[in-house]
Every structure is written in structure tokens, then in C-alpha cells.
Design a protein. Structure first.
Length: 269
């Protein structure tokens, strides 16, 4: 009987919660649709309210300068982040735990565990030592020319991303890739916005908007346009658009705004 009473109480509560979650997501979708319209027609970024916030942001946040007298050192130091060290602790601990299986005679499981957790450890360790930078530096680049440009750059930083306006190149990097783009190949910068819906156990919980500066690059050989996306915050994207115009005076650099939506862990297309 106690189980029946509990079911009678729990079932209505679950139904009410599901209805609440559905209404919450529907309300959020309606609001997002209105916001999307404002994004697409540009009214959101042209409003006096947003412009006022943008001016306040500009007064409080400025372009940064390289901290070291070497491009290689500056890039490598920027990859040495504390979060990578923290993420290395768990797989390293699990690797030592798998060694305890050897005295028990479970060699097969110990080997699998070492390979798996060793791989996870290497992923974070390779980022910490700046492996993307090291691979890029070994490529076909004119290091001296790029370094001379890089050391005079003005930079925007957000999360693990950066966009640097140099004297001859537009330099950017994400967590796993480095870019150095000649200004003569840059056709413009546009804004891309992604609405990320987050779910917990299949039920809508919250959302966030991700803003990307999309750099349109004309490939020198084929002439095709290749897009490089760097995630920044919404004000930094505008700073990037405004800054590029000072390097390519007289050219029409007005870009389009694209708005996408996807659920957490889904690929952005």
C-alpha cells in the first residue's frame, strides 16, 4: 500500500514537472525566435541600448599586447593554462590505479587501462606544452616576418581563443589550431551566433549564445572563400569588425549575420 501511495504522489509531481519543463522550453524558443529576428535584421546591434553597453565595454576592456619578446614563447605560454593541469590529474591517477591490477594477474585489463588513460592524459598534456603551436612552427612559414608582425599586434582573448591584429597579418588561434592570414587575402569579418540549448537527462535546462568572428579568406590559388571561425564574446566580435576596417580602408567589409541553433554536444553546421 505504501508503494501505491508513493506512486499516487510521485506520478502527478512528475507530470507537473514535465509540463513545466515543456512550457519553459517553449517560452525560451519563442523568445529566441524574436531575438533571432533582431539579430538577422541588425536591429539588436544597432540599438542605442546595445551601443551604450558596447561603449562601456570598450572603456573597460582594451586590446592586449604580447607579453614576451618572442612569438614562439608568447604563444607557448598562452597554452600553459591551469585547466589543462587539472584535467591531467584524473587520468594520471587512474593510470596508477591500473598498475594495481598487475599484482592481481590482470595484465590484459592493466594494459587496456594504461593505454586508455594514457591517451586521455596525453590529450591534455599535448595542449599544455603547446603542441598545436609546435606543429604550426614546423610548417612552411616565414617565421621572422610573422614574428615582426606579431610582436606589434593588438589582441583579443576569450576562453582558449585569440584574435590578433598585426601589422601585416591577422593572427588567430583556438585551442587546437593556429592561423596567420595575410590582410590582402581577408575579404571581411562577419558575425555568427549559435544558440546552445542545454539539457539535463533529456529535459531542457538552460541556454547560452555563442558569438563567433568569421574571417572570410580568399585562397590565393583557387580563389575560393575559406571561413575561419574564432569564438569571442559579442562585444569583441564588434571590436574585431571595427578594427579590420582600419587595416583595409576603403573596402566594403560589411558581413552578414548567421544565426544557428543546436543542442549541447551536437555538431554545429
Amino acid at each position: 500500500m505504501a508503494g501505491k501511495y508513493a506512486a499516487c504522489i510521485a506520478c502527478p509531481m512528475i507530470i507537473v514537472y514535465l509540463i513545466y519543463a515543456y512550457c519553459k522550453e517553449s517560452k525560451a524558443d519563442m523568445k529566441a525566435q524574436e531575438t533571432k529576428v533582431q539579430y538577422m535584421d541588425g536591429s539588436y546591434f544597432e540599438s542605442s541600448e546595445w551601443h551604450e553597453k558596447y561603449v562601456i565595454y570598450l572603456n573597460e576592456h582594451h586590446f592586449e599586447k604580447p607579453k614576451y619578446q618572442s612569438m614562439e614563447m608568447d604563444l607557448l605560454k598562452r597554452f600553459q593554462r591551469r585547466e589543462y593541469l587539472v584535467k591531467m590529474i584524473l587520468p594520471l591517477f587512474l593510470m596508477f590505479c591500473t598498475l594495481c591490477l598487475i599484482p592481481l594477474g590482470r595484465y590484459y585489463m592493466a594494459i587496456i587501462g594504461l593505454c586508455l588513460f594514457g591517451f586521455l592524459f596525453w590529450l591534455e598534456f599535448s595542449l599544455y606544452i603547446g603542441m598545436p603551436v609546435r606543429k604550426w612552427l614546423k610548417g612552411d612559414i616565414d617565421y621572422e616576418e610573422l614574428e615582426a608582425s606579431y610582436l606589434k599586434s593588438q589582441m583579443l582573448f576569450y576562453k582558449t581563443n585569440a584574435l590578433a591584429f598585426e601589422t601585416t597579418h591577422l593572427h588567430g588561434f583556438t585551442e587546437k589550431k593556429i592561423y596567420a592570414i595575410d590582410y590582402r587575402l581577408v575579404e571581411g569579418i562577419s558575425r555568427k551566433i549559435v544558440r546552445l540549448k542545454k539539457y539535463e537527462e533529456g529535459i531542457y535546462n538552460t541556454e547560452e549564445y555563442q558569438h563567433f568572428a568569421v574571417i572570410h579568406v580568399r585562397l590565393p590559388r583557387s580563389g575560393n572563400i575559406y571561413d575561419v571561425e574564432i569564438e569571442l564574446n559579442e562585444f569583441q566580435v564588434q571590436m574585431a569588425i571595427d578594427k579590420l576596417s582600419t587595416y583595409k580602408i576603403g573596402e566594403d567589409l560589411t558581413g552578414n549575420i548567421s544565426v544557428n541553433e543546436h543542442k549541447e554536444n551536437e555538431a554545429v553546421i
